[in-house]
Write a protein that binds this ligand. Structure first.
Ligand code: UT7
Length: 324
């Protein structure tokens, strides 16, 4: 038994923030942002919680599938921007779409969250515990960004997307998944407060500790090395190598990371899916957003080998090989 991706779906909030808009907010330039990150614009959720974005993506997945909300067995939401600490954002999504026969929970593995959730859903399906699983990555990064910090505010965006997984007895679907994490790097990217370590207070707000802090350059170097090695691990498990890959769908953190990985592994021209130019870094939503775009534009076709890989705080990294 394997788990096959039978539908994808996505949702992006309406408001668009361009690099030129950011030029008016912080000391930056369109040229710097394009050259260093590949980003041109990002979508921003103004008055919408993460669950609303996720529910809209879920409706799109359902519209592209042959099942209805009441058929969903397992509903996972990967996010680092939950609606609130309690309950899980997935609970609100369940209510919004009426998936009352599902059990639901959130997964937090930062920008690798979608991949971690995919691996959980895969394991439930392969074990026979569920007959299908919806996996959504959804973020409103704009709510945890310090809009006065040019080193982070130009990078992130909001959005949601996901997939439906169903069982198959064919040699297709998820062929391998590899996950890694390393807590020794926990200070590379974090939102220090509020939490049980530093509870909410006026001081944490005044100190701007409620926003994302990132050591971008150190993260960049680790990302390149680890994405290459974990991708090789996943391909080895699937008894393949980089020459078998039709499409690489990476976490969209930085265009230079995606190009760097593609170059190091001799992926071949045009095989890396790139959506960072118009989405920015949407953390757990970025891989399913890129995947959905590649499917809907007809790039990814039945039988294609798709390599998914991710890198996130602090530190998580992963890869999966999927036969479409
Ligand atoms: O999503 C998962 C985890 N995150 C990542 O994977 C992020 C990985 N890191 C990156 O994508 C890149 O490191 C960044 C895009 C964040 C930064 O690019 P960089 O090439 O590593 O730049 P840097 O941090 O080394 O900064 C270079 C210069 C600095 O100025 P000086 O010290 O050389 O004078 C920065 O102050 O660029 C300056 N800078 C900016 N300039 C204009 C930093 N941010 C900006 C900005 N506009 N927005």
């Amino acid at each position: 038994m394997k788990a096959k991706i039978t539908a994808t779906g996505a949702y992006l909030p309406e408001k668009i923030l361009t690099n030129f808009d950011l030029e008016k907010m912080v000391d930056t330039s369109d040229e710097w942002i394009r050259q260093r990150t590949g980003i041109e614009l990002r979508h921003i959720a103004e008055n919408q919680p993460t669950s609303e974005l996720a529910a809209n993506a879920a409706e799109d997945i359902l519209a592209n599938s042959s099942i209805s909300a009441s058929d969903i067995d397992l509903l996972l939401v990967a996010t680092v921007t939950p609606d609130q600490p309690l309950p899980a954002t997935a609970i609100f999504v369940q209510e919004e779409i009426g998936a009352y026969n599902a059990f639901t929970f959130d997964v937090n593995a930062a920008c690798s969250g979608f991949m971690y959730a995919l691996s959980i859903a895969n394991a439930y399906i392969v074990s026979g515990m569920v007959k299908n699983a919806m996996v959504i990555g959804a973020e409103t990064m704009s709510k945890i960004i310090d809009w006065s910090d040019r080193s982070t505010c130009v990078i992130f965006g909001d959005g949601a997307a996901g997939v439906l997984l169903e069982p198959t007895e064919e040699d297709e679907g998820v062929l391998s998944v590899v996950l890694h994490s390393d807590g020794r790097y926990s200070d590379l990217m974090r939102v220090p407060a509020p939490g049980s370590r530093i509870p909410c207070s006026k001081k944490v707000i005044d100190d701007r500790d409620i926003y994302v802090k990132m050591k971008g350059n150190e993260t960049f170097k680790l990302a390149l090395r680890n994405i290459v090695s974990v991708s090789k691990e996943a391909l080895d498990l699937a008894k393949m190598d980089f020459s078998d890959v039709n499409w690489m769908v990476s976490h969209q953190a930085n265009r230079r990371i995606i190009d760097g990985v593609a170059k190091r592994v001799n992926l071949g021209e045009g095989k890396a899916i790139v959506t960072i130019d118009r989405h920015g870094n949407t953390a757990a939503a970025s891989i399913p957003l890129a995947l959905d775009w590649a499917v809907k534009t007809g790039k990814i076709k039945k039988g294609d080998i798709v390599l998914l890989n991710s890198f996130g705080a602090s530190l998580t990294w992963s890869a999966a090989v999927v036969r479409w």
